[in-house]
Design a protein around this ligand. Structure first.
Ligand SMILES: Nc1ncnc2c1ncn2[C@@H]1O[C@H](COP(=O)(O)OP(=O)(O)O)[C@@H](O)[C@H]1O
Ligand SMILES: [Mg+2]
Length: 285
């Protein structure tokens, strides 16, 4: 883990995505529920940011606002330092070239009747590669697959449901590798895969950032994962950021009671990946 922590400082780059007083209220009157409550943030180019909070703290609502899938009730989102304008379809499409997402359930994200190579071809077409010769497209798809340790030749003609959850999530990362957005928003992308796939996917996300300089916003309820992977963490409780800062500073020296509680739920945060201490031989009962 020590080598993971000695990385280039991405927290001082140009501004990529910011928020000022970003708020989302569902319902009205006595039933009003403030899911996201006046949050401020500055995410920089190439920064790996985790937003950490328990279920119901407002993470997905915030993600949807960042993606432009849900309106903000109050406040403002800025893209590259300027107020984000997604008021028309054309402007929204332009914004979506800059920000892409990976969700919890990779199977829910696309048409299961689309073969895998069609999924990757779509990405090349979306990036303006429609008229490239087919061999060039195959070369690009092969490169994207090998980036996530998949073999393109074995995937052509397969359908998404023929892959495992971990393979599907890696395919989603291959998609992002081809689309090369400025920002990747990953909402609990490892929560439906096994522990082994989880570690692989996290490392692939880090490689993606290192190779492309993409800003990655990683949403998780797991503060141990956030520590492992991020430059910066924002801790979210009841729609508010109760604490934020460099991952080491926040997690090794938490100030907010909520952060302390999240950490105490991970008794061995430094040994998150060490399973050797688990005694599997205990069959005396
Ligand atoms: N579409 C919606 N309509 C009404 N309430 C919602 C909606 N989406 C989320 N909420 C509420 O907003 C709060 C935050 O939910 P969510 O953003 O999904 O949290 P998280 O992703 O951290 O689990 C919860 O109280 C949830 O019930
Ligand atoms: Mg959620």
């Amino acid at each position: 883990m020590s080598e993971m922590k000695e990385r280039k400082d991405y927290t001082k780059g140009p501004l990529c995505l910011s928020g000022r007083g970003v708020t989302r209220i569902f319902g009205s009157g006595a039933k009003a529920n403030t899911a996201v409550d006046h949050v401020d943030f500055d995410f920089h180019e190439g920064e790996f940011v985790s937003i950490v909070g328990e279920s119901g703290s407002g993470k997905t609502t915030l993600s949807k606002m960042l993606l432009g899938l849900l309106n903000v009730s109050e406040g403002e989102i800025l893209f590259q330092g300027k107020p984000r304008d997604i008021s028309t379809r054309a402007k929204r499409n332009e914004y979506w070239k800059g920000i892409q997402a990976i969700f919890q359930d990779p199977f829910a994200s696309y048409n299961i009747f689309h073969k895998i190579d069609a999924v990757l071809l779509d990405c090349i077409n979306m990036r303006g590669g429609k008229n490239l010769p087919y061999e060039k497209k195959v070369e690009m798809m092969t490169e994207a697959c090998s980036f996530v340790n998949l073999k393109f030749a074995e995937l052509t003609n397969k359908y998404p449901f023929e892959l495992s959850g971990g393979q599907m999530q890696r395919l989603m990362i291959a998609r992002i590798f081809l689309l090369k957005p400025k920002i990747l928003l990953a909402d609990e992308p490892t929560s439906m895969v096994d522990a082994c796939s989880r570690a692989t996917i996290l490392d692939m996300l880090l490689n993606l950032r290192d190779e492309t300089g993409m800003t990655i916003i990683f949403i998780t309820h797991d503060i141990g994962l956030a520590y492992y992977i991020s430059d910066t963490v924002y801790i979210m409780e009841h729609g508010k950021f109760v604490e934020y800062g460099k991952a080491d500073e926040v997690i090794l020296n938490p100030k907010a009671p909520y952060t302390k509680r999240l950490i105490s739920d991970v008794p061995k945060i430094h040994e998150e990946w060490d399973l050797s201490t688990v005694d599997l031989s205990d069959d005396q009962y």
